[in-house]
Design a protein around this ligand. Structure first.
Ligand code: ACO
Ligand code: ZN
Length: 281
């Protein structure tokens, strides 16, 4: 029986159609029961409504007048735009996004209470509209200083630097709030890899430019990265020594250069001058 349950839990939607992509799903997502018999779902790439049949989607596309996510465009640079969607004001969109995202997120519990979250939806825009490449969600008020709840780059767009862009964006929002932040735990393997990559690159860049001693607290103030995340990153790079009950950063130029080389490319950068945003109140 257990095996059967596991099986039925894994086997609901196997593929989705979204914009010009057909995407194979990774995990179970708790779509409403009337979709239990579906192996494929057809999403409107703009409002994220989902349908059982292609003809329904085609009919929908003739009436749907959205060409980008609902909410406010808070960033635009070249063809990249970021939209902020309030889960309370755009409940259906937010719920659809959660159903979609769960197909690629294993360990996360799906939040039905989308009211409490803001959704930052990253799009590549062209003359047909703004096409979602990924998103992250953020609690409006986090007790635990989380600055990101869930992050996703849609599979066709993965490994192109969008994940690091989304992470960088979440820290830029924290800087504007004057707070330090950290992603909600647990992180997936891919989530941890991406965060480790981001933290490593940001910290090494600062250490490389900075002359003289610098403390973890100072690094945290500059980057909005939580002190614990800085410590664990620098420890994994073996740049921390413990002296007289204190963690001290020890990084010579040669070691930094070696680590920087290994850290690879920085990816897409967030141009802060193009971010127009005030913290949620
Ligand atoms: N294999 C090995 N390394 C990888 C892989 C992979 N498949 N994917 C990402 N990485 C590592 C690499 O170091 C990469 O940097 P590099 O390409 O310079 O080597 C780095 O992560 C980030 O790569 P990006 O291209 O910036 O990230 P991407 O756009 O692929 O998005 C993300 C990363 C969001 C984690 C994506 O893999 C994803 O959506 N996964 C499914 C959902 C998920 O697991 N989300 C995180 C859950 S934890 C949380 O939400 C708090
Ligand atoms: Zn639509």
């Amino acid at each position: 029986l257990r095996e059967h349950e596991e099986f039925t839990k894994v086997k609901n939607i196997a593929t989705i159609e979204l914009g010009k992509y057909e995407i194979e799903t990774w995990y179970f997502s708790p779509f409403p029961p009337e979709y239990n018999d579906c192996v494929k779902l057809f999403f409107c790439e703009f409002c994220l409504n989902f349908m059982k049949r292609k003809e329904q989607l085609q009919r929908h596309m003739r009436k749907c007048d959205l060409k980008h996510p609902p909410g406010d465009e808070i960033y635009r640079s070249g063809t990249l735009s970021m939209f902020e969607v309030d889960g309370k004001k755009n409940k259906v969109f937010a719920q659809n996004l959660c159903y979609l995202a769960k197909l690629f997120l294993d360990h996360k519990t799906l939040y039905y209470d989308v009211d409490l979250f803001l959704f930052y939806v990253l799009c590549e825009c062209d003359d047909r509209g703004c096409h979602m490449v990924g998103y992250f969600s953020k609690e409006k008020h986090s007790e635990e200083a989380y600055n990101l709840a869930c992050i996703l780059t849609l599979p066709p767009y993965q490994r192109k630097g969008y994940g690091k862009f989304l992470i960088a964006f979440s820290y830029e929002l924290s800087k504007k709030e004057g707070k330090v932040g950290t992603p909600e735990r647990p992180l997936s393997d891919l989530g941890l890899l991406s965060y480790r990559g981001y933290w490593t690159r940001v910290l090494l860049d600062i250490l490389k430019k900075h002359k003289g001693n610098i403390s973890i607290k100072e690094l945290s103030d500059m980057t909005a990265i939580k002190a614990e995340d800085i410590l664990s990153t620098l420890q994994s790079l073996e740049l921390i020594q413990y002296r007289k009950g204190q963690h001290v950063i020890c990084a010579g130029p040669k070691v930094l250069d070696r680590h920087l080389k290994a850290a690879g490319r920085g990816g897409l950068d967030v141009d802060v001058s193009k971010l127009i945003w005030t913290p949620y109140k």
